[in-house]
Ligand binder design. Structure first.
Ligand code: CDP
Length: 218
């Protein structure tokens, strides 16, 4: 068995929609020179497959079929569209869909050099022994403003009230599902970015990660 200390660090970044966890995870990956996986993209890719086939998001078997032989093109703009976000949130509640995506995420987390993963259940299910666990959050209003800006920058239509309603609905769905609900791991450090600009949030995340790594003596 490899000594855990010879392996690179595993960094888990979880949090709700548009909290800034993706930005923070990418910045941590750059800072510590680690590979990064955006696990939300896996659920979005399943959702996009299902949507393109005209499958029913209310049917677990159809959602599972869409998870089969999954190939992902991160550059595909439709992955981040609102209909796909909504479908991703519903199909991610299916245990069989989560199970189908588990190994890919765990293999990524366990690669020898270490890794950064962001999502909803990284610190709780995918990598419960991660060396760093951050739970990035922000108020629903701030998250809605950020998502509107992001959508407009991508040239997609976005209305604040609709996006806010959608974020609240998605929070409720993600937090209340039986399997892998959105909640901080008991040993996660909470980072509230409501009043932090991007650079300040990234700097704080790096500080917290270095603190946790020093504690883990990595
Ligand atoms: O950042 P945002 O929440 O908009 O999206 P995302 O992180 O790309 O996740 C899309 C959807 O996938 C979310 O609504 C979650 O329900 C689901 N998801 C999940 O269940 N578990 C993960 N590890 C990542 C995403």
């Amino acid at each position: 068995m490899t000594d855990r200390k010879e392996k690179g660090p595993v960094i888990a970044v979880d949090g709700p929609a548009a909290s800034g966890k993706g930005t923070i995870a990418r910045a941590l990956a750059g800072h510590f020179s680690l590979p990064h996986m955006d696990t939300g993209l896996l659920y979005r890719a399943v959702a996009l497959n299902l949507w393109r086939w005209g499958g029913d998001p209310g049917n677990e078997f159809e959602a599972l079929r869409a998870a089969d032989m999954l190939s992902i093109d991160p550059a595909d703009e439709e992955l981040r569209s609102e209909p796909v976000s909504r479908i991703a949130s519903s199909i991610s509640a299916y245990p069989s869909v989560r199970a189908a995506l588990l190994k890919r995420q765990q293999d990524f987390a366990q690669q020898p050099g270490g890794a950064v993963l962001d999502g909803r259940d990284i610190g709780t299910v995918i990598a419960p022994v991660a060396d760093v666990k951050l739970y990035v959050t922000a108020s629903p209003e701030v998250r809605a403003q950020r998502r509107v800006r992001e959508l407009l920058e991508r040239g997609m239509p976005a209305h604040y009230e609709d996006v806010l309603a959608d974020i609240r609905a998605r929070d409720a769905r993600d937090s209340s599902r039986d399997i892998a609900p959105l909640k901080p791991a008991p040993d996660a450090v909470i980072l509230d970015t409501s009043n932090l600009e991007r650079d300040a949030a990234v700097a704080e995340a790096i500080r917290l990660a270095e603190q946790q790594l020093a504690r883990a003596k990595i």
